[in-house]
Design a protein around this ligand. Structure first.
Ligand code: F0G
Length: 458
């Protein structure tokens, strides 16, 4: 019999209790956290959908690996296993371990960048952009027209716009391009996949202008699942083989292992070029750690090696994407505007459309994120003008292209009833939405302001 119900393909062996707070308690918690959900203690959260990063439940095999971790300073066995796993997957000869994704970004993009350098991506993730700008370079997003329309259905809304990419290279001069970064899936653009055809087209352009091509591959297994579903030629290709083909197209990759390597901490840079690798290694030793651990414990590296294999399991990926889609489709049926189609790791609510009575400079996304916490103890994340807004010379907000709230689903952590609870909370949000008020910023730092800014209700 072919079952309709797709179940979590695992049993739960260890549990973590959740404190069931009341709405009254949460009103106080929110005030104490200055209406910034990043400043909230996790024990005050019921369903934590802040991020899918580092929040994975590891498998019994990974925990067993943790016990085997070799903590030698140099040449640990666990490093050999991680290096071999990354090398086998990516096909790249030079592997540099880092403690998480942004450490890799900082090392690689500060080497490739500097004043006058330009980086081009489908969409730069916030830490990627911050690392690039911090090194004095410019980051330019070249998302396609389809990718910018939240309600439009399209199989590969994560694609980079090839014409814009080429025009940008010509405009700034190929010699000034730090690198092209293809982010798969495209997190800031809605967790939307990038097609293999698009990855190939980027190769063609990078060859034409002799520009470096790097993958931000932290969700490449989820991206591979979408390629197998939506790109005819890959229907019968294994998820891992799809990922390997994509790696083969690029010159290197940066990975936050906290996503598709199914671990709580870790990352790497992987490269074809020995020269770039040597330069990165020098910074690595100064800033992160020796070349065979780069800021990671032996046990972390062990868990990464195992996670990189487990993530390509076909039942796991099927369950993973199906459960995200379940949440998204239920919200759509209720009339909650979301980015369509549903992405891989998260559902993105279009807060500008849902809270159309709140102007953009009063941050409708932040208002919705706060309401979700109040009503249900659900922690999501604003991905809009709080995260990406800038100011012009008169201190007026230049808003982000979209005002979104991301509900990111941790891997292997929540069951369907947790998700049903989230869906139920949205019934209340829809009923009460006209009463929701906007948000103003009372404190903000210069970089990555969303992490530590303070807010108040208008
Ligand atoms: N690139 C992408 C596409 C990411 O989504 C992230 C992190 C990073 C790089 C940086 O990796 O956190 O290990 O330093 N994204 C998390 C998120 C934080 O919530 O989406 P990191």
């Amino acid at each position: 019999m072919q079952h309709k119900t797709i179940i979590e393909p695992f049993r739960i062996k260890m549990v973590e209790p959740i404190y069931m707070s009341t709405e009254k308690e949460r009103l106080n918690y929110l005030k104490e956290a200055k209406h910034n959900l990043f400043l909230l203690e996790s024990r005050k959260v019921i369903v934590d959908l802040l991020t899918d990063s580092g929040t994975t439940a590891m498998s019994a095999e990974q925990w067993a690996g943790i016990m085997r971790g070799d903590e030698s300073y140099a040449g640990a066995k666990s490093w050999e296993r991680m290096r071999d796993a990354v090398s086998e997957l990516t096909g790249y000869p030079h592997i540099i371990p880092t403690h998480q994704g942004r450490a890799g970004e900082s090392i690689l993009y500060s080497y490739l960048g500097g004043k006058g350098k330009v980086f081009i991506s489908n969409t730069h993730f916030d830490t990627t952009r911050a690392n690039i700008e911090y090194a004095g370079s410019t980051a330019i997003d070249c998302i396609t027209e389809e990718g910018m329309q939240p309600s439009l259905d399209h199989p590969f809304k994560g694609n980079i716009d090839i014409k814009k990419l080429e025009d940008t290279i010509i405009q700034y001069g190929a010699e000034n391009i730090g690198t092209v970064i293809l982010t798969v899936t495209n997190n800031s653009g809605g967790g939307q996949p990038v097609s293999m055809q698009n990855a190939k087209d980027v190769r063609t352009i990078c060859d034409k202008y002799n520009v470096l091509y790097i993958l931000d591959c932290c969700r490449i297994a989820e991206n591979a699942y979408f390629i197998a579903q939506r790109e005819e030629a890959y229907k019968n290709v294994s998820y891992k083989a799809i990922a390997q083909e994509m790696f083969a197209l690029a010159d290197g990759a940066v990975m936050s292992a906290k996503k598709d390597a199914l671990v709580n901490m870790g990352g790497f840079i992987a490269l074809k070029s020995k020269e770039i690798s040597n330069a990165c290694t020098t910074t690595l030793i100064i800033k992160e750690g020796f070349v065979t651990y780069g800021g990671l414990s032996g046990r972390d590296m062990e868990a990464i090696a195992i996670g990189l294999d487990e993530v390509f399991d076909k039942d796991y990926l099927h369950y993973r994407i199906t459960s995200t889609t379940y949440l998204g489709n239920k919200l759509l049926e209720m009339g909650v505007p979301i980015i369509r189609p549903v992405g891989g790791h998260a559902v993105y609510i279009d807060a500008k459309a849902l809270y159309n009575h709140i102007p953009v400079h009063e941050y409708p996304g932040q208002a919705l994120a706060c309401d979700l916490y109040l009503k249900g103890g659900i922690r999501g994340c604003e991905i809009g003008s709080v995260m990406f807004g800038k100011y012009d010379e008169n201190n007026n907000l230049i808003p982000a292209p979209m005002e979104l709230v991301r509900l990111a689903i941790p891997r292997r952590v929540y069951t369907q009833s947790h998700i049903d609870y989230v869906i139920e909370t949205f019934e209340e949000i829809l009923k009460e939405k006209q009463n929701s008020k906007g948000i103003k910023i009372t404190y903000e730092p210069k970089f990555l302001r969303h992490f530590t800014a303070n807010f108040e209700r208008v």
